[in-house]
Design a protein around this ligand. Structure first.
Ligand SMILES: Cc1cc2nc3c(=O)[nH]c(=O)nc-3n(C[C@H](O)[C@H](O)[C@H](O)COP(=O)(O)O)c2cc1C
Length: 405
């Protein structure tokens, strides 16, 4: 068996080849125009990341339905979208020969109330409880068959649109408590029809989305999915169920599965849970490798080059995913690949918000992306402060805006 290194290419089942094993995981940039279109700034951010060495860049979540946004400045694919703006983004993000995949998402119940007072979800469960601010989110309605079919169609047509615009692949966001993962979890999916109940039924939505995308984009276009190793909530999607979904994906065929975990209500994607070593979901990945033969990317907490290399050479994964350090240093992947850097660094914890742990660094990441997008360095000096304040105002407007009358 040849031992993979970070610099080795990886050929995916569809035939496409990633030039190396480091991927920038999706980070919602919140840099779209007020009409949900990609902007020049977004393109500039991706041009910088494309020069930064990662073999695969995955965009922040792009919404497949403009009425269902995760944040006010999300990019969305809509019937009247101007494809030229997406072409510009795709061209900028592939300048240096890397892959650029569009992450496709529908937030389901995880959409702020002021953006959607009646979110569609598998079941009419309680509103999202984020930082105990339940009022920031509305109670969802249970989607009917027509709505489910429409959303599946929207995923497929958004994927075809991404392909036409020049993105080199797509990833379905099936993690972190958004719609696809709401279908998977028994906490949020309480249906008794073909979309709920048994795991086979709860996985039907994800599997149908993926197969409709395959039909739309053809056989040689990469399709990935981001999946939770578990919800980390009592009564939720378990590790055992997640493994069984991996077996289903192996049966169906998929180019890359990215492993993560958690949701708005259990934010383990940003922090170590007890007894974890540096990388959050590595133990799960090792178990999964014994069960399935699927190209696998693991994201969450990877920082040290030696740990990334060990994970690759032990066969625990095929691609190392990393997010927050890319906002601190757009060249972090090349620095790791060339051995110039031994450890990638996170954005600083925001003053006064240290108790939020990794979520505080996530908020800082928005500020750093805003600076990079304006062609500046990701620092926290004067310019950084401005970006930080702007992003804080925008993020808190999304989360804490009062209920609509
Ligand atoms: C600012 C920010 C935005 C994020 N947006 C997304 C997103 O749109 N889609 C997604 O799958 N994950 C998203 N994530 C999660 C990351 O992809 C990743 O799973 C998480 O940050 C853990 O990886 P890290 O420890 O390397 O940062 C986001 C993370 C951050 C910090």
């Amino acid at each position: 068996m040849t031992i993979a290194t970070l610099n080795d290419p990886l050929t995916l089942p569809c035939g496409a080849t990633l030039p190396n094993r480091i991927a920038k995981a999706a980070m919602s940039e919140h840099l779209a125009s007020p009409k949900q279109s990609p902007t020049r700034r977004l393109a500039r951010l991706y041009e910088r990341w494309s020069a930064g060495g990662a073999g695969l860049l995955i965009t922040g979540n792009v919404m497949v339905d403009q009425a269902h946004l995760e944040a006010v400045r999300n990019v969305a694919v809509k019937p009247e979208s101007n494809i030229d703006h997406f072409r510009e983004w795709a061209a900028a993000g592939t300048t240096h020969g890397n892959h650029l995949w569009m992450q496709l998402n529908h937030p389901g119940r995880q959409t702020p109330r002021h953006l959607n007072p009646s979110p569609g979800a598998p079941s009419a469960v309680e509103p999202v409880n984020l930082f105990r601010r339940a009022k920031a989110f509305a109670k969802p309605h249970a989607m009917d068959e027509t709505e489910i079919a429409r959303v599946i169609g929207e995923f497929a047509s958004a994927a075809a649109f991404a392909q036409t615009a020049g993105f080199t692949g797509v990833q379905v966001h099936g993690a972190h408590g958004y719609l696809v993962s709401q279908f998977l979890s028994p906490l949020t999916n309480q249906r008794s029809d073909q979309w709920g109940g048994s795991l086979d039924n709860r996985a039907r939505f994800a599997r149908t989305v993926l197969s409709e995308i395959r039909t739309a984009v053809g056989d040689d276009f990469p399709i990935g999915i981001k999946l939770n190793s578990a919800d980390f909530q009592r009564g939720g999607f378990t590790e055992d169920e997640s493994m069984r979904v991996l077996r289903m994906l192996q049966e169906d065929g998929i180019d890359l599965v990215e492993i993560s975990g958690g949701s708005y209500e259990s934010r383990v994607m940003f922090d170590k849970v007890e007894n974890q070593r540096e990388a959050f979901f590595l133990d799960y990945a090792r178990k999964a490798r014994a069960e399935v033969d699927l190209p696998m990317m693991v994201t969450g907490g990877f920082r040290a080059r030696s740990i990334m290399q060990d994970a690759l050479s032990s066969g625990a994964l095929d691609v190392v995913g990393m997010a927050r350090p890319f906002t601190n240093n757009p060249h972090v992947a090349q620095d790791l690949l060339d051995g110039r850097t031994a450890t990638a660094t996170d954005p600083p914890v925001m003053p006064g918000l240290g108790r939020l742990g990794g979520s505080s660094q996530a908020i800082m990441s928005f500020a750093q992306m805003r600076l990079l997008a304006r062609g500046k360095s990701p620092t926290l000096r004067f310019g950084g402060l401005g970006a930080l304040l702007t992003s804080l105002v925008q993020e808190s407007a999304d989360l804490f805006k009062p209920k609509r009358p």
